[in-house]
Design a protein. Structure first.
Length: 629
């Protein structure tokens, strides 16, 4: 208790400051308006600036009911590592300080839209920073006591737990829980990308690698089989989702078997299983047609298979071939999947050098490297002899294009005529400011001319603009990727989880492609209810930590840094793809438009990786017992 008392006292004082600020609200508003006046802003006639001043004032009390519980979730996960690890407290403190800083930045961008405007209220920003930090410290202590109670209760209770060594028995409850959602979403939950891929395949118009050709063919074959065998595309899509739900359940079952095999405690096993069982992300995306779900469950299976090999649960030749095959499947299931696999290659190489254990890592290093090389050859064949057009370079240039667009919007007078011509040759200068959307880069990157020769002078201009106004670049990236680091961000539909409200029929009408018939009547009513549920589930206490995309990213990053500092190479290897996934999220085109799917592989693997990292005693003598099941 003495260790937590200073944080409690500081938290109370910070809350008192918040209340005091609310009491003098009108005085604070006048202070803000005076600040605007000092900057030469006409606050009497400039309605937009007055509204921004009020927005800054509203930002003084950022804690929502749900936001408190997301902080509780972060503290709760940290306690698993804090409790039994020597010297980890300082790592947790550094992590919480960084998290608090990005919480302030995210709240500023979300509510005010500009970092300089919030700097007018520097004092409240500092109060918010330390408020988040000290409240997190308090909640860590609270969660620690709750976790200890949970462990004692589980040890003394007679509750029958699943036999986690049996994949089928473990997977069955997950599949049965997902089955009602599969039925009410008939024929399927489907996003615009998923529909476009199926439409390309059915219309025999697969001419580009913009979407992964492998997943396009995989989805399209189910739709085609439904038409040829049952006379309806819808039945094929329904069977696809049914099969996908079963695959996800079995993959989770395999992960639980691996965790039990490495000696994970019963309390952690149960918590991880509950996470997979009730996670809105797993429920929603397992029953939805999107390439990201395929990538996510393949990544989870790949990580689990690598863990089984690294911890010597399975080292036979058949398993080694499976690991190589899974690495290649991960690469072809998503266009940036090869980067995640390559991150594991780099971590394996560093582990071999650092630990000087060539024999233990060399075989795995060679096979995963071979999978990456095989992917490069695969893409060369598709874009060469097969004749598919490669995807646009604009996908990889989303960040600089957004930064340039924001610069042009807010500093048009600082762009010279020569710079305008260079920008115009790449993304078009006329109308660029109007096309800029802080939360979505599609409108800007869609203007890319494809002129590769103009990129060199463009980046020269890009660097010049950065030296003039570096803050605007930071704002552009923070705004576009807000939900990947700010835990209170919401999607466009008002929820925290991307549950597609557009069924196949609606998308078909919008795109003008092959029509699908969606179900009506009772199923339609249930579907609407499910959509409403996923929109509000993020505000349910103790459920929020399962719905915050940013939380999964922060915890994955924390685990990676922790294991790296402690030189636990095997766990670093397993976490490397998640860290690369975070980088991909930051470079993605959006968060608010169902952007949580970009982090789906991180979300699917986090529960498994938490259990692996928390388990410090990996027994080697359990190998035969594990293999005998």
């Amino acid at each position: 208790m003495p260790a937590i008392r200073p944080h409690i006292i500081k938290s109370i004082r910070i809350i008192e400051v918040f209340l005091a600020i609310q009491i003098i609200r009108s005085d604070v508003l006048n202070m803000l308006l005076d600040g605007f006046r000092s900057e030469g802003v006409d606050v009497i006639h400039d309605v937009e600036m007055r509204s921004r001043a009020v927005a800054v004032l509203d930002a003084l009390l950022p804690f929502s009911f749900a936001g408190t519980f997301e902080i509780l979730a972060i503290g709760g996960i940290l306690i698993l590592f804090w409790k039994n690890s020597k010297g980890l407290e300082k790592y947790a403190k550094v992590f919480l300080m960084v998290f608090s800083l990005f919480f302030v930045l995210g709240y500023t961008i979300d509510h005010v839209g500009s970092l300089p405007l919030f700097s007018i209220c520097l004092l409240p920003m500092i109060i918010l920073y330390f408020g988040v930090y000290h409240i997190c410290c308090c909640l860590i202590w609270v969660f620690g006591r709750a976790w200890e109670y949970y462990e004692r209760y589980l040890e003394n209770s007679k509750i029958a737990l699943p036999d986690f060594s049996n994949i089928i028995k473990t997977a069955l409850p997950i599949f049965l829980l997902q089955l009602p959602l599969v039925i009410i979403r008939y024929p399927a939950g489907i996003d615009a990308d998923g529909y476009s891929q199926i439409d390309l395949f059915l219309s025999n118009n697969l001419t580009t690698t913009h979407w992964p050709p492998a997943s396009t063919v995989f989805m399209g074959l189910f739709a085609l089989a439904g038409k040829n065998i049952f006379g309806a595309y819808e039945i094929g899509l329904f069977i696809y989702v049914l099969v996908q739900s079963l695959i996800v359940s079995l993959v989770i079952g395999y992960c639980m078997k691996v965790l039990k095999g490495i000696g994970t405690k019963k309390s952690v096993l149960t918590a991880v299983y509950a996470g997979y069982l009730f996670s809105p992300f797993v429920l929603s995306y397992s029953t939805q047609i999107t390439k990201d779900t395929i990538y996510a469950y393949l990544m989870l299976l790949f990580i689990a298979a690598v863990a089984a090999e690294l911890f010597e649960l399975s080292t036979d030749m058949c398993h080694k071939i499976i690991v190589f095959s899974l690495a290649f499947l991960v690469c072809i299931s998503r266009n940036n999947g090869v980067f995640a696999v390559f991150a594991m290659v780099v971590s394996l190489l560093i582990s071999m050098i650092a630990k000087r254990e060539m024999r233990q890592y060399l075989s795995l290093f060679i096979r995963i490297t071979a999978a990456c090389v095989m992917y490069v050859v695969y893409m060369m064949v598709l874009t060469g002899p097969v004749g598919l057009q490669p995807g646009s370079m604009a996908e990889a240039l989303s960040i600089p294009f957004q930064q340039t667009a924001r610069y042009v919007k807010y500093y048009p007078d600082d762009v010279t005529d020569e710079e305008k011509e260079i920008i115009d040759s790449v993304i078009g200068y006329e109308g660029l400011a109007e096309a800029y959307n802080p939360l979505l880069s599609d409108d800007v990157k869609g203007r890319f001319s494809g002129n590769k020769d103009a990129l060199a002078p463009y980046f020269s201009v890009w660097i010049k603009h950065f030296t003039r106004h570096p803050l605007v670049y930071a704002e552009a990236t923070l705004a576009n990727s807000i939900g990947f680091y700010y835990t209170d961000a919401k999607l466009d539909n008002g929820g925290a989880v991307g549950f597609s409200r557009d069924m196949a029929q609606n998308i078909a009408q919008a795109i003008g492609g092959i029509p699908f018939n969606e179900s009506g009547g009772v199923l339609r009513a249930l579907r609407i209810a499910a959509i409403a549920f996923f929109k509000v589930v993020g505000n349910i206490p103790f459920m929020w930590f399962l719905c915050s995309t940013a939380l999964y990213n922060w915890l994955s990053l924390f685990l990676f840094v922790r294991e790296l500092r402690q030189r636990r190479c095997k766990k670093v290897v397993l976490l490397a793809p998640s860290v690369m996934g975070i980088a991909v999220c930051i470079a993605s085109p959006t968060f608010t438009r169902n952007g949580d799917r970009y982090a789906l592989s991180i979300i699917f693997t986090l529960f498994f990786l938490i259990a692996v990292c928390q388990n410090r005693c990996i027994a080697s003598n359990i190998q035969n017992k594990w293999l005998s099941h």
